[in-house]
Structure formats: structure tokens, C-alpha cells
Design a binder for this molecule. Structure first.
Ligand code: SF4
Length: 341
């Protein structure tokens, strides 16, 4: 590991000042960043420890929603009464991720910024990785790409060529997307709010730029709107083993039911793109419709519209479609416990 400076911040303003220095990184739970430093993928000149900032509360918002401080640990968030009762989708997704020890350390803000687990990204002995070394190529496109993306690889559709086919590894992010969260950030010039759908970026021509965060900005909170899916929500995670594994695909589904019909819906896919995949056309298909397999199949086809597989991951497309149907079925039935497959 390279040597680096260490600073401990006690106020957001001081953290933002220190964090805006060249090659400085914020340190929260460290469950991803420290690993990447050991691998030689990250080599910050300065680590700004933000663990002592007062950003560790979950509070009800005046609008009926909830505000989650950026330093709330994943375990605490999953077990918080407000989250378990009003936003079970988020609680399920958090509990499906990583291991109890990692969830005890990992923070809400850090989880938002989790980096891809693409093998070629985390192993610096592979020279071709546009995300790690812009312009160097992408070893995964013709390599072992079982865990990689099938959606959103380019801005212009599957035919226009790819720069990066990595996926976002977070479970929490998939639930946050389906719940229409917003990310509150603070920078040297004040605060701003970023809709969740605009926070993570697709690779386009700059796969090394992963989020809408500016270099001097610190995530301070995530807000959720008033809960609509507390009774009918399900997080389905399909992975190679039942614990401590990233999703091959995952589905977060929240339904607001009116009798047997869907009144509103939030639906997002994980494991398929560099950001949680949400498609308004797919959700619109649900509105005013009965909760039937036939409707859910149409939704799945629309959500996976334009998907493109590679040598080792084409199976994900059909797996995701079947996952969407299963997850929507379980959500519509009011199943409350998350399940892994
Ligand atoms: Fe790098 Fe992205 Fe290609 Fe993986 S998929 S090797 S992260 S450019």
C-alpha cells in the first residue's frame, strides 16, 4: 500500500475543504475503499475520515418521508423501526447484502459509492480497463464476463460499441431506486439535491466518471418520499450462494394496491447495468392493471428491452425477466420476507 495522509474531520465544512484537495478521498466505513487501496486500484494522497460527523440519524421528514444520514450503518438502517415498517423493501435489500460484519461497518453514503466488482477492474495486473485507466480498453468485453452488464452499456444503444460493461454491485441502491430516493449533497458552494435516477451514470464515453457528485461534494443524506409500498414490496436477489455474494440479478418491486389493481409501482433491476435499471414505460404498464402473470410478463419484456448479452452472461436476460415476474408476484401477494435464490 502507498503511504497517504490521514485527517479527521469534525464538521462537514472542514471535511469538504480537506476533501477537495488533489487526490483526497473521504473515509467512512472503508469496506470498499480500503480493499481497493490494498489492491493498488486506489491510491489517495489524503484520507479524510468523516466518521465523527453528525450524520448518523434516521429521522421522519416533515413531508411524511424519511431522512437517512450518510453515516447511518447498513445494519442500523435495516433494523430501524421506521425503515422496517414503512420501507421494508430497503430493509430486505440491505439484509441481503454482504455479511453481518460488513453491514455493521458500511455506511449509507459509502454504499451509494460502491465500486464495481469487475475482476479486471480490481486486478491491476490486467492493463485493459477503461474505468481504471481511461483509454486502455475493456478486458471484460471479450473476457470472462459472467457478472457483467446486459443493459445501458452505451448511451446510443447496443449497436454503438461499448467502453465498459461493468455493473453496480449494491443491493441498497436497487431498493433506493425503486423507492425514488434523493441524494442530498453539500459542497463548497452550498447544498443540492440529486434525484436517485441521476446520481449514478452509465459508462458512455467516460466510464471512469461514475456519479453526478462533483469533486468538492460530500453526501450528507438520502431522503425517501412518503411510503407507498409498505404492504406490497419485495426484494429478490439471485446469486451463486446464499450469503456473502453479489447479485447475478436482483429485482426491487414496490406496489401500491387498490383492491386487486395496481395503483402505483416502483420497480428496479440490479446486476444488469452500471446503475440500478428503472424504465418508466415498464412501470406505466402496471398502473390500473390487475396483478397477473400476463401483465408482469409484459412488464418484464419492456424492462429488458434492448438488452444485449455476451459470451458468458447472456443467461442474465431470461433470468432477469423471470425474476421480475416472480418478484412482482411475491410483492402483489404481500410477502414480507425477502428471499434469495
Ligand atoms: Fe474495466 Fe469496465 Fe471493462 Fe471491467 S467492464 S474491465 S471495469 S472497463
Amino acid at each position: 500500500m502507498n503511504s497517504f495522509n490521514y485527517e479527521r474531520a469534525t464538521a462537514p465544512e472542514a471535511a469538504i475543504h480537506s476533501g477537495s484537495a488533489h487526490n483526497a478521498k473521504f473515509l467512512a466505513g472503508g469496506t470498499n475503499l480500503v480493499d481497493l487501496m490494498k489492491y493498488g486500484v486506489e491510491s489517495p494522497a489524503t484520507l479524510v475520515d468523516i466518521n465523527h460527523l453528525s450524520l448518523n440519524q434516521v429521522v421522519a421528514s416533515p413531508d411524511g418521508g424519511v431522512t437517512i444520514g450518510a453515516l447511518v450503518r447498513n445494519s442500523d438502517l435495516a433494523d430501524h423501526a421506521l425503515i422496517k415498517n414503512q420501507y421494508p423493501l430497503l430493509s430486505q435489500a440491505l439484509l441481503s447484502g454482504a455479511s453481518p460484519q460488513l453491514r455493521n461497518m458500511a455506511t449509507t453514503g459509502g454504499n451509494l459509492l460502491q465500486r464495481t466488482r469487475c475482476y479486471y477492474f480490481t486486478d491491476v495486473s490486467f492493463p485493459a480497463c477503461n474505468k481504471r485507466e481511461p483509454g486502455s480498453g475493456c478486458a471484460a468485453i471479450k473476457g470472462y464476463n459472467r457478472i457483467h452488464a446486459v443493459l445501458g452499456q452505451t448511451d446510443k444503444g447496443p449497436a454503438s460499441g461499448e467502453t465498459c460493461i461493468a455493473t453496480n454491485p449494491s443491493d441498497m441502491n436497487v431498493a433506493m431506486a425503486a423507492l425514488s430516493a434523493k441524494v442530498e449533497v453539500q459542497g463548497a458552494h452550498g447544498k443540492r439535491t440529486i434525484p436517485f435516477s441521476e446520481f449514478h451514470r452509465l459508462p458512455g464515453s467516460t466510464p471512469s466518471v461514475e456519479t453526478a457528485l462533483k469533486p468538492d461534494e460530500l453526501i450528507v443524506a438520502v431522503t425517501l418520499p412518503p411510503a407507498k409500498f409498505s404492504k406490497n414490496a419485495f426484494y429478490l436477489k439471485i446469486r451463486d450462494r446464499n450469503s456473502y455474494a453479489f447479485a447475478l440479478i436482483s429485482v426491487a418491486a414496490g406496489l401500491e394496491m387498490d383492491g386487486g389493481q395496481v395503483k402505483s409501482a416502483g420497480l428496479a433491476l440490479g446486476g444488469v447495468a452500471l446503475k440500478p435499471w428503472r424504465e418508466p414505460d415498464a412501470e406505466r404498464l402496471l398502473i390500473g392493471k390487475p396483478a397477473t402473470i400476463e401483465v408482469f410478463k409484459q412488464v418484464a419484456d419492456t424492462l429488458l428491452r434492448g438488452a444485449k448479452g455476451y459470451e458468458h452472461n447472456a443467461f442474465k436476460i431470461e433470468m432477469a425477466k423471470q425474476g421480475v415476474v416472480r418478484c412482482l408476484t411475491l410483492a402483489s401477494q404481500g410477502t414480507t420476507e425477502g428471499t434469495q435464490a
